[in-house]
Design a protein around this ligand. Structure first.
Ligand code: BG6
Length: 460
C-alpha cells in the first residue's frame, strides 16, 4: 500500500559525509522549489545538540552551492535532531516521539551498509516503520546472497511499494534522457538492434583516486561500486524495450526483463586493474587485490541484441572524468570510401551532456573523399537543473518509485556480476593517468578500439 505524501523526513547518518556533501544542499533546494515543508529529523551518534546540527547544515550549504537565505531559514525551522546509537532501542523511541503527529514519515538511511539491517529492524520494533517509507543508499548488499538477505529484512518491515533503493545515477537528467530520447523519436528505433549495431561501449572514467575513502573502497572495488548499479542502469535504459505505459512498474518491468536476458559475466571477459599508489592509501591493505579499474564484456541474449557485444569500462585515476556511451554501428558498404569508418551514436552523461551521431561527409575539393563529422546536440548542465538527490528524495517522498531500483532488478544486477566479484581474476597494476592496464585493449579486439572520451577542461 502506498501512503501518499510523506509528512516527515528522517535521515540517518545526519552528521556524515554524504549528508554534508549532498543531502543538506538538496534539502535547501527542495525547500526553495516548494517541495519540502515537513519536519526534517536528523539522526546520528555524535553527542550533538540541535544547534550543532543546524551549524553543520549551514556549513554544508555554504560550501556546496551556497546559502539561499530565504530557503535556508525555512530549512532551519524544519530541522530536528535525535542523537543516539542505532543499536539502542531508546534512540528509536525518542525518534517516535519526535515524529509527533506524523503518520507517513520517510526514513532515509544514509549510513554504512552494515548498519542497514539493524536500523530497519529497530524502525520496525519501535513502530516508526508503520505507514512509513524507507530510502536506502547504495551499495545494496555486496553480492546476490547478501542483497537477498537485505531484501528479506526490508520486506519483513516495509511493503515493496514503500522501499526506495537509491542509485543516484537514475536521478541524473542525461540518464533519464537516454530513455526519453530513445522513445520520443522515431529515427533511432529502426537501427537500434543487432542488424545495425556492431557493439556498445560504456565508459565511466574518473581522473581522481579514492579520495580518503580507502576503507570503503577495499570493501567495494569498481565492480561493486559503480558497475553493478550505475553502469547496468545506463545499460538498461539503453537496451530495454519500450514500456507499455510510463507508470513506475511498467518501466521497471522492462528494465528487469532486459537484465534477465544478460548471462552472468564470464571470468575470461574481465580485466581488473589497480592504480599504482592505491596500496599506500589510508585504510587499504599493503597487498590489496581490490580493483580500481575494470573492463568487461557481456552480452544480451534477446531478439533485439543477440550477438552484440557490450563493453563496460570504469576506473579511478584515468586521464579524464567523463561518463559516455559509444555505439558502433555496422560499417556502410564501400562506394566512395574503400573502408568507410563505422557510423556511431554517442551519449555523454557527464561532465557535459551531449548526443551525437557520427557520420562521414565529403571533404571539399575535387576528390570524392570523406571527413568524419558529428551531428551533435550539446549543452552544459544549467543552474535550473535539479540535482540528482533533490530529484530522488522528492520522488521518494511523493511515492514515485520509477527512478529507484526494485527488488528483482537489484537481484538480477548482482546475478550478472556475481561470478566476477573478489579475486577470481587477477588484478594488474596501471599507471595513474592512463586508460588502465593494456590488457583491456585485447578484450575489445575485433570490435575496433575503446573510444576514449575527450573532455574540454576549459568548459567544465
Ligand atoms: C558513487 C561512487 O556511487 O558514484 C563513487 O561510490 C563515484 O566512487 C561516484 O565517484 C560518481 O558519481 P558522480 O555523480 O560524481 O558521477
Amino acid at each position: 500500500m502506498s501512503t501518499g505524501e510523506s509528512d516527515a523526513l528522517v535521515f540517518f547518518g545526519a552528521t556524515g559525509d554524504l549528508a554534508y556533501k549532498k543531502i543538506f544542499p538538496a534539502l535547501q533546494a527542495m525547500v526553495k522549489h516548494g517541495h519540502l515543508a515537513v519536519p526534517v529529523i536528523g539522526v546520528a551518534k555524535a553527542g550533538w545538540q540541535l544547534e550543532q546540527f543546524r551549524a553543520r547544515a549551514q556549513d554544508s550549504c555554504a560550501k556546496h552551492g551556497g546559502i539561499d537565505p530565504t530557503a535556508f531559514d525555512k530549512l532551519v525551522s524544519l530541522l530536528r535532531y535525535v542523537d543516539g546509537d542505532y543499536k539502542d532501542p531508546t534512540t528509536f523511541q525518542t525518534l517516535r516521539k519526535e515524529l509527533g503527529a506524523a503518520q507517513h514519515p520517510a526514513h532515509y538511511l544514509a549510513i554504512p551498509p552494515v548498519l542497514f539491517g539493524l536500523a530497519v529492524e529497530q524502525l520496525g520494533k519501535s513502530g516508526c516503520a508503520t505507514g512509513a517509507r524507507v530510502i536506502i543508499e547504495k551499495p545494496f548488499g555486496r553480492d546476490l546472497e547478501s542483497a537477498r538477505a537485505l531484501n528479506r529484512t526490508l520486506l519483513s518491515n516495509f511493503d515493496e511499494s514503500n522501499i526506495f533503493r537509491i542509485d543516484h545515477y537514475l536521478g541524473k537528467e542525461p540518464v533519464q534522457n537516454l530513455l526519453f530520447f530513445r522513445f520520443a523519436n522515431t529515427f533511432l528505433e529502426p537501427i537500434w538492434n543487432r542488424n545495425f549495431v556492431d557493439s556498445v561501449q560504456i565508459t565511466m572514467a574518473e581522473d581522481f583516486g579514492v579520495q580518503g575513502r580507502g576503507a570503503f573502497y577495499e570493501e567495494a572495488g569498481t565492480i561493486r561500486d559503480v558497475v553493478q548499479n550505475h553502469l547496468l542502469q545506463i545499460l538498461a535504459n539503453l537496451t530495454m524495450e519500450p514500456p507499455p505505459a510510463t507508470d513506475s512498474e511498467s518501466v521497471r518491468d522492462e528494465k528487469v526483463k532486459v537484465l534477465k536476458s544478460v548471462p552472468p559475466v564470464e571470468v575470461k571477459n574481465v580485466i581488473r586493474g589497480q592504480f599504482r599508489g592505491y596500496r599506500n592509501e589510508k585504510g587499504v591493505a599493503p597487498d590489496s587485490q581490490v580493483e580500481t579499474f575494470v573492463a568487461l564484456r557481456l552480452e544480451i541474449h534477446s531478439w533485439r541484441w543477440q550477438g552484440v557485444p557490450i563493453f563496460i569500462r570504469a576506473g579511478k585515476c584515468l586521464p579524464v572524468t567523463c561518463t559516455e556511451v559509444f555505439i558502433h554501428l555496422r560499417r556502410p558498404p564501400p562506394v566512395y570510401a574503400s573502408a568507410p569508418p563505422p557510423n556511431h551514436a554517442r551519449f555523454r552523461v557527464s561532465p557535459d551532456v551531449a548526443i551525437a551521431l557520427g557520420a562521414l561527409a565529403k571533404t571539399p575539393g575535387e576528390r570524392m573523399a570523406g571527413t568524419p563529422v558529428e551531428l551533435m546536440v550539446s549543452r552544459h548542465p544549467s543552474a535550473q537543473e535539479m540535482d540528482a538527490y533533490e530529484r530522488l528524495l522528492g520522488d521518494a517522498m511523493r511515492g514515485d518509485a520509477t527512478q529507484f531500483a526494485r527488488e528483482d532488478y537489484v537481484e538480477q544486477a548482482w546475478r550478472i556480476v556475481d561470478p566476477i566479484l573478489g579475486t577470481v581474476t587477477p588484478v594488474s597494476e596501471y599507471q595513474q593517468g592512463t586508460w588502465g592496464p593494456p590488457l583491456a585493449d585485447q578484450l575489445i579486439a575485433g570490435h575496433g578500439k575503446w573510444h576514449d572520451p575527450i573532455v574540454d577542461v576549459s568548459k567544465s
